[in-house]
Write a protein that binds this ligand. Structure first.
Ligand code: NAP
Length: 292
């Protein structure tokens, strides 16, 4: 393998950033990885696990020699992190670094990037790996997380073509399959396929938690309950930020789902087995078609 970039700076060395580092290290295409972030402990853990080579708690300092900056912090921290990156690039005169991110909603991140980076926003390539687990932090990272998984890039019309090509290249080296779409389309698709299911899982557990016989309910929780609620173990901060950053598309999906629940409620109340059978059969056929 030939080295593609000399210095990669990863801001946020948790599950997503840590796995990106491990995958690129195993592909052998990055010379040196600098971690940056908020807590010293997380950065020390990332270094101990060989995710990063060195670290800096000062983000502006960390990006000075970077060729590529990968931002994988919760969405609520993006603005402040982008501001620190902009400061570091300006102070050091680093005019070549390409910036990319992994945030789960894209219109809002692009808006922040445009505001913070101004005329340098053309070197920001917005991205989102459709891969993850319910676990967080550097200990949860693993090199194969992105293998055969999709990564969506949502460049704006101003994004530099060479910057896009380099980011595509990096993701492909992790084993991911890269697709490009508009930020608007991304946010609608993800509201339906990821954000709504997470809200449903959190809501279902919360709803049961407020029932009287909670101990017994969870004691007898079987496979179906575990399958449907696994993602309610995901990080609350991350999911609060995703909801607030993709508010309208998620609200539209919640409305659709509320209508669907009402329809099922009415069918059951009326003892309409035919209707239930029709819905369950169609749902099974659709899921089997798209997941097998
Ligand atoms: P994570 O494991 O919790 O890692 C987040 C990292 O960001 C940690 O290193 C954390 O360090 C750091 N951080 C938190 N707040 C910060 C701040 N204010 N300033 C600087 N660093 C900060 O989370 P993750 O799952 O990797 O998610 C990272 C991003 O990827 C999020 O934007 C998320 O939307 C996106 N994403 C997640 C998934 C998924 O399934 N998990 C999938 C696709 C995309 P500390 O130790 O200081 O908290």
């Amino acid at each position: 393998m030939t080295v593609l970039i000399n210095n990669l700076c990863v801001v946020g060395t948790g599950l997503i950033g840590g796995s990106f580092c491990l995958a690129l290290k195993s592909a052998g295409i990055v010379e040196d990885i600098t971690g940056a972030g908020r807590s010293l402990e997380t950065l020390q853990t990332a270094q101990r696990l060989d995710i990063i080579d060195t670290y800096k708690t000062d983000i502006a300092e960390a990006v000075k020699d970077a060729d590529v900056i990968f931002v994988s912090v919760p969405l609520g921290a993006m603005q402040s992190v982008f501001e620190q990156i902009a400061t570091g690039l300006k102070e050091s005169g680093n005019q070549h670094a390409i910036i990319t991110d992994a945030g789960s909603s894209k219109q809002q991140v692009q808006k922040i990037a445009d505001e913070v980076f101004g005329q340098d926003a053309d070197r920001f390539v917005a991205g989102h790996p459709i891969a993850g687990t319910e676990n967080s932090g550097p200990e949860a990272a693993f090199a194969d997380l992105y293998k055969d998984r999709r990564v969506i890039l949502t460049p704006s019309e101003n994004t530099n073509a060479d910057a896009i090509a380099l980011v595509v290249n990096l993701w492909e080296e992790t084993g991911a399959l890269v697709e490009t779409m508009s930020a608007d389309h991304h946010d609608k698709v993800l509201a339906a396929t990821s954000h709504l299911p997470h809200l449903l899982a959190f809501g279902l557990v919360h709803c049961l938690e407020n029932m009287d016989d909670i101990e017994n309910i969870f004691r007898f929780a079987a496979g179906g309950f575990r399958d449907v609620t696994r993602i309610a173990s995901s990080d609350p901060t991350m999911w609060r930020d995703i909801c607030l950053n993709n508010q309208q598309p998620i609200l539209e999906m919640m409305k659709r789902y509320k209508d669907e629940l009402d329809m099922l409620y009415n069918a059951l109340e009326a003892g309409d087995g035919e209707k239930l059978m029709e819905v369950f059969t169609h749902a099974k056929q659709t899921r089997d078609k798209f997941t097998h």
